[in-house]
Design a protein around this ligand. Structure first.
Ligand code: ZN
Length: 131
């Protein structure tokens, strides 16, 4: 599972073939992989997990930035308002982190069998030879 997450989740690769990008645009994923035909669409609301992970990235950044600011005060020393700077940078990190969050989430969905191969078998099942 962690091997799949590292190979596909963090790099944005298709969890089925690992040789092709999962994304057709920065945030968009196609219905199926153009290389191995793994169907990415798993049902309504599947994107919510990716949003939760993305917000988690932003929250983690804000907490770490607040700890750094409270310890060494680099933002205050630079003449910036720490609260607004951390809030704005947290939003930027959340927006930029949505792509890897989506990739990690869909790799988890693949690992636990929520995606389907073209023949209808679960994504965590042994692939059939006709693919
Ligand atoms: Zn693929």
């Amino acid at each position: 599972m962690f091997k799949t997450l590292l190979r596909t989740g963090l790099l944005g690769r298709c969890p089925g073939c690992t040789g092709h990008s999962m994304f057709s645009a920065y945030y968009d994923i196609p219905v199926a992989c153009p290389n191995c035909a793994l169907r990415y669409q798993v049902g309504d609301g599947a994107w919510l997990g990716a949003v939760a992970i993305g917000y988690g990235f932003g929250a983690l950044f804000a907490i770490l930035a607040a700890v750094v600011e409270l310890t060494w005060a680099p933002l205050r020393a630079a003449g910036l308002d720490p609260l607004w700077t951390i809030a704005v940078l947290g939003l930027v990190v959340t927006a930029l982190g949505y792509r890897p969050a989506k990739s990690i989430w869909f790799s988890l969905l693949f690992t636990y069998g929520f995606m389907r191969w073209p023949d209808g078998t679960a994504s965590n099942a042994t692939p059939t030879p006709q693919r």
